[in-house]
Design a protein around this ligand. Sequence first.
Ligand code: ZN
Length: 663
Amino acid sequence: MYWCLIIKSKSHLLLILFFVCFCFNNGLYMEQVPRISEKVEDISRINEKELNQTPELSSNGVEFSSYNLSVIFNPSTSSVSGNLTVNYYNNDPVDFEQIPFHLFLSGMQYVSREGDIDILNVTTVSEPKTPLNFTVDEQAQLLWVNLSTTLNPYESISFEIEFHSIIPDGGLDRANSHGEGNNTIFKFTSFYPMPCVYDEFDGWNTDPYLDVGDPFYHDMAYYDLIIEAPKNITIAATGELIDKINKEATIVHHFSPRSVENFDPLPVREVTFAASEGYKNEWEIINDVNVSTYYIPNSEEMWENNALDYSVAAFNLFNDTFGFYPYSTLNIVEEYALYLGMEYPLQVYASEIIDNYEYSTAVKKQILEKVIVHEIAHQWWYNLVGFDEIDWGFLDEGLTCWSTDYYAEIIHGNWEYFQWTKYYDRVRTYYADEYLPSKINQSAYDLIATSLDWVYISYYKSPLIFEKICRTLGESNFLIGLSNFFEQYKFEIALLSNLQDVFEAFIGSSLDWLFFPWFDNDYIPNYRFTKCGYDENTNKLTVIIADQNETINDYLYSQQVMLYVYDSGDSIIYSDYVWINSTTTIVIPLVDIPYNVRLEYGQDVIAQLGDENITYIESLVDVEEEKGKIFGFDVSLLLIFFVVPLIYLIYKLKIKQKRNSKN
Ligand SMILES: [Zn+2]
């Protein structure tokens, strides 16, 4: 998802709130540090691989559930009458007596008409159809279907759910009907009973619709989506339109997610559709994939040609970089929402709200581009590789934000092109005053309990930490790691530890030192100089840098920071990247007498700062004067030029005295 409220005033206020949506050596002694980046580059040559590979669906013999979702859409009531035929495959090593389904619509915002999914009936599939017991828990937004027989592991069971759904009116949430005349959009998301995920961590994940993050967690399944709608309405939906039946006043559309290679059904995590009388449609076929945009007449100036251009550029880049997009369709659809955009498999939404911002057309188009690129990246990091967005929502959002900025780097030559508030500035100064913890690896519930800003965690800190890992490992290595991760976990659910494991397998050594502190510490490093001393006897500068947050964090940070040493004339007499591994002692041989030292954070260092404009810390150097000097004079010179001649004179004088006494 992409969330952004833009505060507007005449004094050009910028984007404010984004939501939802890391001895002696070259004359330098330091503690033993990992030289990972050099090591990684060697390995990368061995592991060069083709990025575009045929998807291997059943590499681990995985089977999927299949759903036939058939609805009749009634625009006058913003509702659908539906039938969901379930063929549920138990991919867990436990027996099930019942299966829960989410009923999310009632949790969404509305103006006058609440969203609702009314369960009418649950029956067996085979004739004669016999009713199955079910319970609806309105509060928990859950339907529990009691199975007729125990469902054993790796077996399937079928039943049908008859339901009626109304989407919220006017509200600007994920599902709604909104707009006027030709510009009305009916957006059907989470509009059917959605099977909950069973996992080893939580058992059944029965979380209700949450206000924090994108509260969605779905297994892959095959879907047929059949929508009967009035003839004058354009439908944009998940999957290929494989059949269209004309009736008297309606058209029955049959959509199904299909393989671009052989047109076989491919699984997705969920389905959605949007309907409007006014939708304009543009498309381009890229490598046989139909990339389409759908927008309302009011947004023609913003969307026409531009939206499709952004979509094609993002699709091509991610397809070439992360891995092969296996489906035959991808829709980018305009919606009404308070946030900027939202991802669903094969169909993403970008909000009409962008058009209403009081910015120049150029800036609004830049925002639209960012949103489209972001939501398309979610096809790789959400749909294809799935995540538990309740427990680890930062993962797909962080990878998606990182991917968006990678697009900015490649397409616009500037990694920070879309960062109206730069990640480095925000993260270095965030909570610097209040000194509150900002650990990334937290669940949506943890974030609610600690009142921690989910927007900050997911849209600023997480992508910055992925960038930190990228710059530490080297970009080409990071990209190979990501594509390996994609190949290994597509169609599955992945954890942060899976991502780390893939990078470690590729690099051949543990990356605990890189992943653990940046994702699991409460605080970022806060460096201070605790000693800066120059010894004129040895001509060595000793610098001790301490991380003030070392004792309150669980893991020690390691990162490279540029160290400058200046003389009293403000000239640089030494500069090099140094590894700071928690509290670090650095000894530098120097002939020139140093005056001050500076740690420059530049563009790569994540460390706490009080002011985003001052990107360094510094300290004066204590100079310990040489013990071999008297009043500043070198003792050896004194000996040579003063004492030796004196002894010689005394010797001469004594000989003269001896000669005189003999005379
Ligand atoms: Zn997102």
